[in-house]
Design a protein around this ligand. Structure first.
Ligand SMILES: Cc1cc2nc3c(=O)[nH]c(=O)nc-3n(C[C@H](O)[C@H](O)[C@H](O)COP(=O)(O)O)c2cc1C
Length: 350
Protein backbone atom coordinates (compact mmCIF):
# COMPACT_ATOMS: atom_id res chain seq x y z
CA UNK A 1 0.00 0.00 0.00
CA UNK A 2 1.21 3.48 -0.85
CA UNK A 3 2.33 5.88 1.85
CA UNK A 4 -0.40 8.52 2.32
CA UNK A 5 1.36 10.42 5.08
CA UNK A 6 1.79 14.14 4.64
CA UNK A 7 3.28 17.07 6.55
CA UNK A 8 1.80 20.43 7.43
CA UNK A 9 5.08 22.00 8.53
CA UNK A 10 5.82 20.48 11.93
CA UNK A 11 2.57 18.47 11.96
CA UNK A 12 2.56 14.97 10.42
CA UNK A 13 -0.74 13.46 9.30
CA UNK A 14 -1.43 9.83 8.40
CA UNK A 15 -3.24 10.97 5.27
CA UNK A 16 -4.15 14.24 3.53
CA UNK A 17 -7.94 13.98 3.88
CA UNK A 18 -9.16 16.50 6.47
CA UNK A 19 -12.68 17.08 7.77
CA UNK A 20 -13.06 20.86 7.48
CA UNK A 21 -14.51 23.11 10.15
CA UNK A 22 -18.31 23.18 9.95
CA UNK A 23 -21.45 22.44 11.93
CA UNK A 24 -20.59 18.75 11.48
CA UNK A 25 -17.46 19.23 13.63
CA UNK A 26 -19.30 21.32 16.23
CA UNK A 27 -19.95 18.38 18.56
CA UNK A 28 -17.89 15.61 20.08
CA UNK A 29 -20.06 13.10 18.22
CA UNK A 30 -19.42 14.79 14.89
CA UNK A 31 -15.67 15.05 15.42
CA UNK A 32 -15.44 11.43 16.52
CA UNK A 33 -17.45 10.33 13.47
CA UNK A 34 -14.89 12.04 11.21
CA UNK A 35 -12.04 10.44 13.16
CA UNK A 36 -13.71 7.04 12.83
CA UNK A 37 -14.11 7.58 9.09
CA UNK A 38 -10.32 7.68 8.81
CA UNK A 39 -9.62 11.39 8.27
CA UNK A 40 -5.99 12.43 8.71
CA UNK A 41 -7.21 15.38 10.78
CA UNK A 42 -10.42 17.05 11.85
CA UNK A 43 -10.77 20.82 12.10
CA UNK A 44 -13.27 21.62 14.83
CA UNK A 45 -15.98 24.22 14.34
CA UNK A 46 -14.69 27.75 14.89
CA UNK A 47 -15.13 29.85 17.98
CA UNK A 48 -14.21 33.43 18.80
CA UNK A 49 -14.57 35.96 21.62
CA UNK A 50 -17.66 37.69 20.27
CA UNK A 51 -21.07 36.44 21.50
CA UNK A 52 -22.68 38.03 18.43
CA UNK A 53 -20.76 35.53 16.25
CA UNK A 54 -22.20 32.58 18.18
CA UNK A 55 -25.71 34.14 18.08
CA UNK A 56 -25.53 34.10 14.29
CA UNK A 57 -26.07 30.34 14.51
CA UNK A 58 -29.66 31.02 15.68
CA UNK A 59 -30.60 32.59 12.33
CA UNK A 60 -28.63 30.16 10.17
CA UNK A 61 -30.46 28.24 7.43
CA UNK A 62 -29.08 25.66 5.05
CA UNK A 63 -30.15 24.80 1.50
CA UNK A 64 -28.83 22.23 -0.95
CA UNK A 65 -28.87 23.50 -4.53
CA UNK A 66 -28.62 21.37 -7.65
CA UNK A 67 -26.66 22.30 -10.78
CA UNK A 68 -29.51 24.59 -11.89
CA UNK A 69 -29.53 26.36 -8.50
CA UNK A 70 -32.92 24.85 -7.60
CA UNK A 71 -33.36 23.48 -4.07
CA UNK A 72 -32.69 19.80 -3.63
CA UNK A 73 -34.21 17.80 -0.74
CA UNK A 74 -31.63 16.86 1.89
CA UNK A 75 -32.84 13.28 1.57
CA UNK A 76 -31.36 12.89 -1.93
CA UNK A 77 -28.06 14.79 -2.08
CA UNK A 78 -25.98 14.53 -5.23
CA UNK A 79 -22.23 14.77 -5.64
CA UNK A 80 -22.36 18.04 -7.59
CA UNK A 81 -24.69 19.96 -5.26
CA UNK A 82 -23.86 23.33 -3.73
CA UNK A 83 -24.44 24.07 -0.08
CA UNK A 84 -25.87 27.56 0.41
CA UNK A 85 -26.19 28.77 3.99
CA UNK A 86 -25.81 31.28 6.74
CA UNK A 87 -23.77 30.16 9.74
CA UNK A 88 -22.59 31.17 13.19
CA UNK A 89 -19.93 30.00 15.59
CA UNK A 90 -20.08 27.33 18.30
CA UNK A 91 -22.33 28.33 21.22
CA UNK A 92 -20.37 26.56 23.96
CA UNK A 93 -18.49 28.41 26.76
CA UNK A 94 -14.78 28.43 25.96
CA UNK A 95 -13.72 26.27 28.92
CA UNK A 96 -16.24 23.59 27.99
CA UNK A 97 -15.21 23.85 24.36
CA UNK A 98 -11.52 23.35 25.24
CA UNK A 99 -12.39 20.37 27.45
CA UNK A 100 -14.30 18.84 24.54
CA UNK A 101 -11.39 19.46 22.14
CA UNK A 102 -9.04 17.85 24.66
CA UNK A 103 -11.16 14.68 24.79
CA UNK A 104 -11.44 14.62 21.00
CA UNK A 105 -7.68 15.06 20.51
CA UNK A 106 -6.97 12.17 22.88
CA UNK A 107 -9.49 10.01 21.06
CA UNK A 108 -8.13 11.04 17.64
CA UNK A 109 -4.57 10.08 18.62
CA UNK A 110 -5.70 6.52 19.33
CA UNK A 111 -6.84 6.44 15.66
CA UNK A 112 -3.77 8.08 14.11
CA UNK A 113 -5.74 11.28 13.56
CA UNK A 114 -5.28 14.82 14.87
CA UNK A 115 -7.66 17.56 15.95
CA UNK A 116 -7.10 21.12 14.82
CA UNK A 117 -8.72 23.92 16.82
CA UNK A 118 -10.24 26.77 14.84
CA UNK A 119 -10.88 30.45 15.43
CA UNK A 120 -12.87 32.57 13.00
CA UNK A 121 -11.37 35.90 13.87
CA UNK A 122 -13.01 39.06 15.09
CA UNK A 123 -10.19 41.03 16.80
CA UNK A 124 -6.52 39.92 16.68
CA UNK A 125 -5.77 40.18 20.44
CA UNK A 126 -8.60 37.91 21.62
CA UNK A 127 -7.91 35.51 18.74
CA UNK A 128 -4.34 35.19 20.01
CA UNK A 129 -5.56 34.54 23.57
CA UNK A 130 -8.00 31.84 22.45
CA UNK A 131 -5.29 30.29 20.27
CA UNK A 132 -2.94 30.15 23.27
CA UNK A 133 -5.49 28.14 25.25
CA UNK A 134 -6.41 25.95 22.27
CA UNK A 135 -2.79 25.11 21.57
CA UNK A 136 -2.67 23.41 25.00
CA UNK A 137 -5.18 20.79 23.89
CA UNK A 138 -5.06 20.43 20.09
CA UNK A 139 -2.34 19.42 17.61
CA UNK A 140 -2.61 22.67 15.69
CA UNK A 141 -4.62 25.87 15.44
CA UNK A 142 -6.24 27.26 12.31
CA UNK A 143 -7.23 30.90 12.19
CA UNK A 144 -10.00 31.49 9.71
CA UNK A 145 -9.55 34.89 8.06
CA UNK A 146 -11.92 33.99 5.25
CA UNK A 147 -15.42 34.03 6.79
CA UNK A 148 -17.76 35.01 3.92
CA UNK A 149 -20.43 35.99 6.48
CA UNK A 150 -18.06 38.73 7.64
CA UNK A 151 -19.55 40.73 4.78
CA UNK A 152 -22.97 40.70 6.48
CA UNK A 153 -22.11 40.82 10.21
CA UNK A 154 -19.40 43.43 10.43
CA UNK A 155 -17.14 42.92 13.43
CA UNK A 156 -18.54 39.64 14.79
CA UNK A 157 -16.48 37.68 12.27
CA UNK A 158 -14.16 39.10 9.67
CA UNK A 159 -13.22 38.33 6.12
CA UNK A 160 -9.74 39.79 5.63
CA UNK A 161 -9.02 40.52 2.01
CA UNK A 162 -5.87 42.66 2.36
CA UNK A 163 -2.36 41.25 2.69
CA UNK A 164 -1.62 43.78 5.43
CA UNK A 165 -4.48 42.54 7.62
CA UNK A 166 -3.51 38.91 7.03
CA UNK A 167 0.01 39.77 8.19
CA UNK A 168 -1.29 41.59 11.29
CA UNK A 169 -3.56 38.77 12.47
CA UNK A 170 -1.02 36.04 11.68
CA UNK A 171 1.72 37.84 13.60
CA UNK A 172 -0.52 38.39 16.63
CA UNK A 173 -1.48 34.72 16.87
CA UNK A 174 2.04 33.50 16.04
CA UNK A 175 3.40 35.51 18.97
CA UNK A 176 1.00 33.66 21.28
CA UNK A 177 1.48 30.05 20.17
CA UNK A 178 4.36 27.72 19.39
CA UNK A 179 2.10 25.02 17.92
CA UNK A 180 1.58 24.48 14.17
CA UNK A 181 -0.38 27.48 12.90
CA UNK A 182 -2.58 27.31 9.82
CA UNK A 183 -4.00 30.48 8.26
CA UNK A 184 -7.17 30.12 6.19
CA UNK A 185 -7.41 32.66 3.38
CA UNK A 186 -10.30 34.13 1.43
CA UNK A 187 -10.67 33.91 -2.32
CA UNK A 188 -12.75 37.11 -2.32
CA UNK A 189 -9.70 39.25 -2.96
CA UNK A 190 -7.57 40.22 -5.92
CA UNK A 191 -4.46 38.16 -5.15
CA UNK A 192 -4.58 35.11 -2.86
CA UNK A 193 -0.86 34.46 -3.45
CA UNK A 194 -0.08 37.84 -1.87
CA UNK A 195 -2.16 36.91 1.19
CA UNK A 196 -0.34 33.57 1.47
CA UNK A 197 3.02 35.32 1.25
CA UNK A 198 2.05 37.60 4.14
CA UNK A 199 0.87 34.65 6.21
CA UNK A 200 4.18 32.89 5.58
CA UNK A 201 6.23 36.03 6.30
CA UNK A 202 4.46 36.43 9.64
CA UNK A 203 4.96 32.91 10.89
CA UNK A 204 2.24 30.65 9.47
CA UNK A 205 3.26 27.00 9.16
CA UNK A 206 0.66 26.39 6.47
CA UNK A 207 -2.15 28.16 4.66
CA UNK A 208 -5.55 26.86 3.63
CA UNK A 209 -7.29 28.27 0.59
CA UNK A 210 -9.77 29.38 -0.48
CA UNK A 211 -12.72 30.23 1.73
CA UNK A 212 -16.21 30.17 0.24
CA UNK A 213 -17.92 33.12 -1.40
CA UNK A 214 -21.00 35.13 -0.46
CA UNK A 215 -23.79 34.48 -2.92
CA UNK A 216 -27.40 35.39 -3.71
CA UNK A 217 -29.93 33.00 -5.27
CA UNK A 218 -33.47 34.11 -6.27
CA UNK A 219 -36.12 31.37 -6.23
CA UNK A 220 -37.98 31.37 -9.55
CA UNK A 221 -41.28 30.21 -7.99
CA UNK A 222 -41.47 32.63 -5.08
CA UNK A 223 -39.40 35.40 -6.67
CA UNK A 224 -37.78 35.80 -3.28
CA UNK A 225 -34.23 35.00 -2.18
CA UNK A 226 -33.50 31.40 -1.20
CA UNK A 227 -32.76 31.51 2.58
CA UNK A 228 -34.43 34.94 2.64
CA UNK A 229 -31.04 36.62 2.42
CA UNK A 230 -27.48 36.32 1.25
CA UNK A 231 -25.40 33.33 2.25
CA UNK A 232 -22.15 31.49 1.72
CA UNK A 233 -21.97 29.24 -1.30
CA UNK A 234 -19.59 26.62 -2.61
CA UNK A 235 -19.92 23.57 -4.80
CA UNK A 236 -18.49 21.98 -7.91
CA UNK A 237 -18.31 25.27 -9.76
CA UNK A 238 -15.80 26.64 -7.23
CA UNK A 239 -13.35 23.77 -7.59
CA UNK A 240 -11.41 25.21 -10.58
CA UNK A 241 -11.26 28.61 -8.84
CA UNK A 242 -9.77 27.01 -5.73
CA UNK A 243 -7.34 24.98 -7.85
CA UNK A 244 -6.30 28.15 -9.67
CA UNK A 245 -5.07 29.75 -6.46
CA UNK A 246 -3.58 26.53 -5.08
CA UNK A 247 -1.58 26.02 -8.29
CA UNK A 248 -0.43 29.65 -8.46
CA UNK A 249 0.56 29.55 -4.79
CA UNK A 250 2.40 26.25 -5.25
CA UNK A 251 4.52 27.85 -7.97
CA UNK A 252 5.05 31.16 -6.15
CA UNK A 253 5.70 30.09 -2.55
CA UNK A 254 8.95 28.48 -1.35
CA UNK A 255 9.12 24.77 -2.21
CA UNK A 256 7.57 22.62 0.48
CA UNK A 257 5.50 25.33 2.16
CA UNK A 258 2.26 23.48 2.92
CA UNK A 259 -0.94 24.52 1.18
CA UNK A 260 -4.22 22.97 2.29
CA UNK A 261 -6.88 22.98 -0.40
CA UNK A 262 -10.50 23.72 0.45
CA UNK A 263 -13.68 24.75 -1.37
CA UNK A 264 -15.13 22.40 -3.94
CA UNK A 265 -13.71 18.94 -3.10
CA UNK A 266 -16.56 16.44 -3.42
CA UNK A 267 -14.66 13.16 -3.21
CA UNK A 268 -11.32 11.39 -3.67
CA UNK A 269 -10.99 12.45 -7.30
CA UNK A 270 -11.23 16.09 -6.25
CA UNK A 271 -8.72 15.49 -3.46
CA UNK A 272 -6.38 14.18 -6.17
CA UNK A 273 -7.06 17.29 -8.27
CA UNK A 274 -6.10 19.49 -5.30
CA UNK A 275 -2.91 17.46 -4.69
CA UNK A 276 -1.89 17.64 -8.36
CA UNK A 277 -2.43 21.41 -8.20
CA UNK A 278 -0.06 21.74 -5.25
CA UNK A 279 -2.02 21.06 -2.06
CA UNK A 280 -0.43 18.84 0.57
CA UNK A 281 -3.79 18.15 2.24
CA UNK A 282 -7.43 18.84 1.47
CA UNK A 283 -10.37 19.88 3.66
CA UNK A 284 -13.95 18.77 2.96
CA UNK A 285 -17.01 20.32 4.60
CA UNK A 286 -20.03 20.44 2.28
CA UNK A 287 -19.64 16.82 1.16
CA UNK A 288 -19.51 15.69 4.81
CA UNK A 289 -22.55 17.80 5.77
CA UNK A 290 -24.62 16.67 2.78
CA UNK A 291 -23.51 13.04 2.37
CA UNK A 292 -22.01 12.11 5.74
CA UNK A 293 -18.50 11.30 7.00
CA UNK A 294 -18.37 8.19 4.80
CA UNK A 295 -17.13 10.53 2.04
CA UNK A 296 -13.89 10.87 4.02
CA UNK A 297 -13.37 7.10 4.12
CA UNK A 298 -14.16 6.85 0.42
CA UNK A 299 -11.67 9.61 -0.37
CA UNK A 300 -8.89 7.81 1.52
CA UNK A 301 -9.69 4.55 -0.32
CA UNK A 302 -9.68 6.36 -3.64
CA UNK A 303 -6.21 7.78 -2.92
CA UNK A 304 -4.88 4.28 -2.18
CA UNK A 305 -6.46 2.88 -5.35
CA UNK A 306 -5.17 5.71 -7.55
CA UNK A 307 -1.61 5.50 -6.24
CA UNK A 308 -1.59 1.72 -6.70
CA UNK A 309 -2.99 2.00 -10.24
CA UNK A 310 -0.30 4.52 -11.14
CA UNK A 311 2.57 2.75 -9.36
CA UNK A 312 3.24 5.73 -7.08
CA UNK A 313 4.68 4.91 -3.64
CA UNK A 314 4.09 8.18 -1.79
CA UNK A 315 1.20 10.62 -2.04
CA UNK A 316 3.72 13.45 -1.70
CA UNK A 317 5.04 12.56 -5.16
CA UNK A 318 1.78 13.80 -6.67
CA UNK A 319 1.85 17.21 -5.03
CA UNK A 320 2.04 19.98 -7.62
CA UNK A 321 2.68 17.73 -10.65
CA UNK A 322 -0.01 19.36 -12.77
CA UNK A 323 0.87 22.87 -11.59
CA UNK A 324 4.50 22.43 -12.59
CA UNK A 325 3.45 21.06 -15.98
CA UNK A 326 1.35 24.16 -16.72
CA UNK A 327 2.73 26.52 -19.32
CA UNK A 328 2.08 30.23 -19.35
CA UNK A 329 -0.06 31.60 -22.17
CA UNK A 330 3.13 33.04 -23.69
CA UNK A 331 4.70 29.58 -23.79
CA UNK A 332 1.75 27.88 -25.47
CA UNK A 333 2.60 26.70 -28.98
CA UNK A 334 0.65 28.02 -31.90
CA UNK A 335 -1.87 25.36 -32.82
CA UNK A 336 -1.54 23.89 -36.30
CA UNK A 337 -4.47 25.49 -38.23
CA UNK A 338 -5.62 22.04 -39.41
CA UNK A 339 -5.96 20.91 -35.79
CA UNK A 340 -7.70 24.02 -34.53
CA UNK A 341 -11.07 23.17 -33.13
CA UNK A 342 -13.59 26.00 -33.31
CA UNK A 343 -16.78 24.02 -32.64
CA UNK A 344 -19.11 27.03 -32.47
CA UNK A 345 -18.61 27.55 -36.21
CA UNK A 346 -21.20 24.77 -36.57
CA UNK A 347 -23.78 27.42 -35.72
CA UNK A 348 -22.62 29.81 -38.41
CA UNK A 349 -24.19 29.35 -41.78
CA UNK A 350 -23.22 31.26 -44.91
C1 LIG B 1 -22.21 25.09 7.14
C2 LIG B 1 -20.76 25.47 7.07
C3 LIG B 1 -20.14 26.00 8.20
C4 LIG B 1 -18.80 26.37 8.17
N1 LIG B 1 -18.21 26.88 9.28
C5 LIG B 1 -16.89 27.18 9.26
C6 LIG B 1 -16.24 27.63 10.43
O1 LIG B 1 -16.83 27.76 11.50
N2 LIG B 1 -14.91 27.92 10.34
C7 LIG B 1 -14.22 27.78 9.18
O2 LIG B 1 -13.01 28.04 9.15
N3 LIG B 1 -14.81 27.35 8.05
C8 LIG B 1 -16.12 27.04 8.07
N4 LIG B 1 -16.72 26.60 6.93
C9 LIG B 1 -15.94 26.50 5.68
C10 LIG B 1 -15.43 25.08 5.47
O3 LIG B 1 -14.50 24.75 6.47
C11 LIG B 1 -14.77 24.91 4.09
O4 LIG B 1 -13.57 25.64 4.03
C12 LIG B 1 -15.68 25.38 2.96
O5 LIG B 1 -17.00 24.93 3.15
C13 LIG B 1 -15.21 24.91 1.59
O6 LIG B 1 -15.06 23.53 1.53
P1 LIG B 1 -16.20 22.57 0.92
O7 LIG B 1 -16.32 22.86 -0.53
O8 LIG B 1 -15.65 21.20 1.19
O9 LIG B 1 -17.46 22.84 1.66
C14 LIG B 1 -18.06 26.22 6.96
C15 LIG B 1 -18.69 25.67 5.84
C16 LIG B 1 -20.01 25.29 5.88
C17 LIG B 1 -20.64 24.71 4.64
Amino acid sequence: MADLSTRLGPLSLANPVIAASSEFTMTERGIRACVDAGAGAVVAKSVNENPAAARQLDIARYALLDGDFAQRPWSSPQRGDSLFNQSGLAQVPLDDWLAMLDRCERYARTRDCRVIGSITVAEPGPAAEIARAMAEVTSAVEINLSAPHGREVTGAVRQLSSAEAVGEYTAAVRAAVACPLIVKLTGQTTDVVALAQQALANGADAVSMIGRFQGFVPDLDTQRPVLGSWGAIGGSWTLPLSLYWVSKSHLALPAGFPIIGTNGARDGDDVLRFLLSGATAVQLASAVLARGPGVLAQAVSRLHAYLDEHGIDRVGDLVGRAARAARSYAELDQTDPSERSRPWELFLTD
